[in-house]
Design a protein around this ligand. Structure first.
Ligand SMILES: Cc1cc2nc3c(=O)[nH]c(=O)nc-3n(C[C@H](O)[C@H](O)[C@H](O)COP(=O)(O)OP(=O)(O)OC[C@H]3O[C@@H](n4cnc5c(N)ncnc54)[C@H](O)[C@@H]3O)c2cc1C
Length: 482
């Protein structure tokens, strides 16, 4: 993938995707694979927004059953299966355990019913999957079985535990890159550090965007027959540029903590616990513990204070995890659609055709609520794009086409850092370390590794010593709690 804004501006595209989070890259891949002339522009770096902050759980939709939302449950089962299939090196099954301490609606019986429904409605959850990617049926454990498998869990009042399987994405960054590189190889023209600052119009119709190249400060016009707004929490801003007058989408500020290991249980399984009216999950990931997700009205308390407060809450929810004494290595933060708190989280993504809804042809908005469901929502967006372009759409194949780059880069660190620049458009040290090489996703990387990457990037991109210093400072900022 080459960053070439001149080439982006030189032709009329069928589709311009605004935003290179998981939703934007999945849409660009689908569009390019189905033969649309596709462009994608990302204001910062690919996957550097909300998508960088996910708890890495690929949900099968068990929680949708609580609200009897069978459609969303089926969607989640389908999308979990698709990701297990197309990115098998980094999306792997993960067991989940929720101990029950009572009976009735929130206790053992309710979970038993939920697991049964989950398996019945997810009857095809393993279709097309290799043996090691398949998910076993859920089941209830007796208190004795729980104490045997996880003796640290409080035994007083224990009535059993629900045990089921979902999946975990080992590296969300590499999955995002996997979609993006597939899009690039199928002909999509993509650029990071390219921000949409205005939309081009012919009458009411949107016919492209004004894009500012953040590296040169130049503005250029990118023409497209259809613009797909996949700007995540900033989607409303793009709507405003199009002159839409709509009530703003309420946003919640969401947070996870990455804590120092080791994993406290014998088995590596994610454990859920009720806290403050919602479920928190403590998840094993590499040699770290992930805990989340905390939701608060945006904007929320200052960073360090909110992170410490959340750690205290999580320590009460998982008293056996010794969370208070574990250093916080990283804080994930992002904004997601919702209002109030966790109970106000929006559970359905939004695909909005502004031609039919607002009388603004040429613009579609795709705003998701889960990393898990991005591919499927993108498929629906591209189906709609074909209808709006009045072209017959070839069938979508992204649910079964392997993503060859959804895996760690290989070779020595020098070789990988070089590939991050030359093949994957890393433009800053943080781009390379945090979103290509997977060195800083579990907390600050080793200094020697950072120095190697600085050396390679300085050579590739011509950085002088002052720029190298600034890049080191930029990377360090990602690990400040405040
Ligand atoms: C703490 C946390 C935990 C989560 N855990 C999970 C989980 O375990 N499982 C799960 O399935 N989901 C989870 N989610 C939800 C999931 O992360 C999001 O639904 C998903 O990442 C949203 O992706 P996106 O592409 O819509 O947004 P983003 O990733 O934010 O991408 C939007 C992109 O648009 C770009 N952009 C904005 N304005 C412009 C512009 N003017 N021009 C060009 N580009 C622009 C931004 O820079 C950004 O990169 C979690 C979210 C958070 C915050």
């Amino acid at each position: 993938m080459k960053r070439d804004l001149g080439a982006l501006a030189s032709i009329e595209h069928d589709l311009l995707v605004v935003g290179g989070g998981i939703y934007g890259v999945a849409a660009a891949w689908d569009a390019a694979q189905r033969g649309l002339r596709t462009a994608l522009v990302e204001a910062l770096d690919f996957g550097g927004g909300t998508s960088w902050n996910s708890l890495k759980t690929i949900h099968g939709g068990l929680r949708h059953l609580q609200r009897a939302d069978f459609r969303r449950h089926r969607e989640s089962v389908r999308e979990r299966r698709a990701l297990l299939r197309i990115a098998p090196e980094i999306v792997r099954p993960l067991a989940f355990l929720v101990p029950t301490y009572g009976h009735g609606l929130r206790g053992r019986e309710a979970f038993a019913l939920g697991l049964l429904a989950n398996d019945l409605l997810g009857w095809d959850r393993n279709r097309g999957l290799s043996l090691e990617q398949r998910l076993p049926s859920g089941r209830m454990l007796s208190p004795r079985q729980v104490s045997k498998r996880a003796p640290q869990l409080p035994a007083a009042g224990l009535t059993g535990a629900a045990l089921w399987h979902d999946a975990q994405v080992e590296s969300g960054e590499r999955l995002t890159l996997g979609f993006l590189r597939a899009a690039g190889e199928a002909g999509a023209r993509v650029a990071n550090r390219a921000r949409v600052t205005g939309l081009l119009r012919e009458g009411r119709r949107i016919v492209g965007a004004v894009v500012r190249d953040d590296e040169t400060g130049q503005e250029l016009e990118v023409h497209a027959r259809l613009v797909l707004n996949a700007a995540g929490p900033d989607a409303d801003r793009i709507g405003t540029l199009a002159g839409l007058v709509r009530p703003p989408t309420p946003l919640l500020s969401a947070m996870n903590l990455v804590l120092e290991g080791p994993w406290p249980l014998r088995e590596r399984l994610a454990v859920g616990a009720a806290s403050g009216g919602r479920f928190l999950f403590l998840v094993p990931w590499r040699d770290r513990l992930l805990v989340g997700t905390e939701y608060a009205p945006a904007p929320e308390r200052p960073g360090a204070e909110a992170a410490e407060a959340f750690r205290s809450e999580a320590a009460r929810a998982f008293p056996w995890g010794e969370l208070e004494s574990r250093p916080i290595r990283l804080v994930h933060r992002g904004r997601v659609p919702g209002r109030g708190g966790a109970s106000g989280l929006v559970t359905a993504g939004r695909l909005c055709d502004h031609e039919s809804e607002d009388g603004v042809p040429g613009l579609v908005t795709l705003q998701g609520v889960k990393y898990t469901t991005a591919r499927g929502m993108a498929e629906r967006a591209i189906d709609l794009a074909f209808r709006r372009l009045r072209r017959p759409g070839p069938p979508c194949r992204t649910a079964e086409t392997l993503l060859p780059w959804a895996r760690p880069l290989v070779g020595s660190l020098e070789e990988r850092a070089g590939a991050a620049v030359r093949e994957e458009m890393a433009r800053t040290l943080a781009d390379a370390v945090l979103r290509r090489l997977d060195l800083g996703t579990a907390g600050p990387p080793a200094e020697s590794e950072v120095e190697t990457v600085v050396r390679v990037l300085a050579g590739e991109l011509g950085w002088d010593p002052a720029r190298q210093r600034a890049e080191r400072e930029g990377l360090a900022a990602a690990f400040h709690l405040a």
